[in-house]
Write a protein that binds this ligand. Structure first.
Ligand code: FAD
Ligand code: FES
Length: 258
């Protein structure tokens, strides 16, 4: 283990305690004596793999005593490498990184709507646990492509669950932003999913971008604000770094940058 700086970022060799399939995703539980102590809902870690140049970022999915887990969607070389790993092997992890939901005015609320697209569900469990611990009302809106992505673990943390699938194989057929629109009661929203999902929320006339905190995914390099590989924005409205300024942003602040 190495402590990178005073912000409590650690470089830790984490033993894989468990690796199991949840729907189409893999939950990887990692032993951790440092990162697990400090990582907060909404933050991410950067995992070293055999892929050239850069580590791969994954959001905190769940945490326990001396452990935390990530939820991995297999999309390319790095994530395939994780899928081939076994218990007792080690992953070198940098974290915790980025801001957390505590950097936003969410925790004082009595109710929140969590909106996830696909593997964006990874962000939601730790947030739901936190809110439920204080008896706050948590609704989950989860949009997936098809039923094989679906899993039910941890659903006890949500008061209400809305599911949509693009092919109609489970839940309401269509996109989750439509389901949110139909059931919206004015709660603040925490959203994580593809940019097109966030743009659909922006186009919604009822939900105010000021009431939405979103977690952004971007291609990432260093993860600590040095390489500018995760920059979003444009010359007209300016730029932000997803790893350092985010990954969580008020939707109103980034609406012209995505
Ligand atoms: C802050 C943050 C948190 C993330 N949290 C999670 C998480 O909890 N679970 C999870 O499964 N994934 C998460 N991602 C995405 C994940 O980091 C990428 O899917 C992963 O890096 C891909 O690595 P790879 O080597 O398998 O793919 P590569 O071989 O590098 O690429 C394969 C394909 O995946 C696409 N891809 C690569 N990176 C991303 C990305 N960041 N977003 C979308 N598509 C990408 C590439 O364009 C390419 O088409 C997160 C990304 C960020 C920035
Ligand atoms: S990933 Fe390097 S600056 Fe954000």
């Amino acid at each position: 283990m190495m402590n990178i700086d005073s912000e409590k970022i650690f470089l830790e060799d984490c033993k894989i305690l468990d690796i199991s399939l949840l729907g189409q995703y893999l939950e990887v539980v990692l032993e951790s004596f440092y990162i697990s102590k400090y990582v907060k809902p909404g933050q991410f870690v950067n995992v070293k793999l055999k892929t050239p140049f850069f580590r791969r970022p994954f959001t905190l999915f769940d945490k326990g005593t001396n452990s935390f887990s990530i939820l991995v969607k297999i999309v390319g070389k790095g994530t395939k490498e994780i899928s081939e790993m076994k218990r007792e092997q080690f992953l070198n992890v940098l974290g915790p990184l980025g801001n957390s939901i505590f950097d936003f005015d969410l925790y004082g609320l009595d109710a929140i709507d969590l909106v996830a697209g696909g593997v964006g569900i990874a962000n939601m469990l730790s947030v739901a646990k936190l809110f439920k611990a204080s008896n706050k009302k948590v609704r989950l809106f989860w949009g997936i492509k098809t039923k094989s992505e679906y899993f039910e673990k941890f659903f006890e943390y949500f008061d209400e669950i809305f599911i949509s699938s693009e092919d109609g194989s489970i839940g309401q057929k269509g996109v989750i932003t439509q389901v949110l629109n139909e059931n919206y009661t004015g709660n603040k929203v925490y959203a994580c999913g593809p940019v097109k999902m966030l743009k659909a929320i922006l186009e919604d006339k009822v939900i105010l971008p000021n009431d939405v905190v979103c977690s952004l995914e971007s291609v990432m390099g260093c993860g600590i604000g040095i390489c500018y590989g995760c920059s979003i924005g444009n010359s007209q409205y300016g730029y932000k770094l997803v790893c350092k300024d985010g990954p969580n942003f008020l939707l109103s602040e980034i609406k012209s940058l995505i």
